[in-house]
Ligand binder design. Structure first.
Ligand code: BEZ
Length: 259
């Protein structure tokens, strides 16, 4: 592997804990199936990779596991620590753990990490032999309408293509291959379409998850870009009653470390 490949990419998003607590709440509310897939057991050591503000980390702890929340955002980690959780700042591309965890859990975080082979290698190192890796992230086709609208409006305004849709949404075949090449036996892997009605509206979604895209523009252009994206999305994602639905597709998987 070349030196370039070992360099973790720069973070693609800044987070506001206050904003996320309100507008990102649906992310943890919809995570029951992936928590069940993890099936945490009393006394197990579990790493919650990309724990955010720790809502799900807390649920894992409540099931009796000894859980460490890991994230790159100091602001979100502070919110998790305020819930009484053990937390550590880590870059998911360079996990510093070795043979320490019975399971690694992750929800709605892997799609922010654009070098999956580095992430999977770090998870493999972090797990004990036969340890479990269970999680969910955006899968192939996730937020396709939103990403296309960002691309179209971004191009019209001369935006940086790298900031348009800075996410990794793998297909089943791609992620299975990555897991197997990384030393895992895949137990289950599937795409789950999950259209998500947005109480926060599309504006709330874009403000929370599209920050890196909009922040590249200065006002007043930023507000124009924002309004244009919303108008482009309206026919596809807003129904006759004004309810916005995000076109989410989840990739859900569970795999065991081989050896
Ligand atoms: C998602 O959860 O599907 C998602 C979150 C942020 C950006 C894009 C997609």
């Amino acid at each position: 592997m070349s030196a370039v490949h070992m360099t973790p990419p720069k973070p693609v998003q800044r987070w506001s804990a206050a904003d996320y607590a309100v507008k990102g709440r649906f992310v943890s509310e919809l995570a029951r199936p992936v928590l069940d897939l993890l099936a945490p057991r009393e006394g197990e050591r579990i790493l919650d990779l990309g724990c955010g503000d720790g809502v799900l980390t807390q649920e894992i702890a409540a099931r009796g596991a000894d859980v460490l929340g890991a994230d790159l955002s100091e602001e979100l980690l502070a919110a998790a620590a305020a819930k009484g959780l053990k937390v550590q700042k880590v870059d998911g591309h360079a996990l510093p753990f070795k043979d320490e965890f019975d399971a690694v859990f992750t929800n709605a975080a892997l799609h922010w990490m654009r070098r999956p082979e580095l992430v999977i290698a770090g998870v493999h190192r972090a797990l004990c032999p036969r340890g479990r890796f269970a999680g969910e992230c955006g899968g192939h086709g996730n937020v396709a309408a939103i990403a296309t609208a960002l691309r179209a409006v971004g191009a019209l305004h001369g935006g940086d293509p790298d900031k348009v849709a800075p996410w990794f949404f793998p297909s089943v075949a791609e992620y299975r291959r990555l897991l197997e090449q990384g030393g895992f036996a895949v137990k289950t892997i599937m795409l789950v379409p999950r259209p998500t009605p947005l109480e926060i509206g599309i504006g709330g979604w874009l403000e929370t998850f599209g920050r890196s895209f909009f922040e590249q523009f200065e006002e007043p252009e930023r507000a124009e870009v924002f309004a244009e994206v919303i108008e482009l999305l309206r026919p596809a994602l807003c129904d006759a009653d004004g309810v916005w639905t995000a076109d989410h597709i989840r990739l859900r998987f569970a795999a065991d470390r081989l050896g």
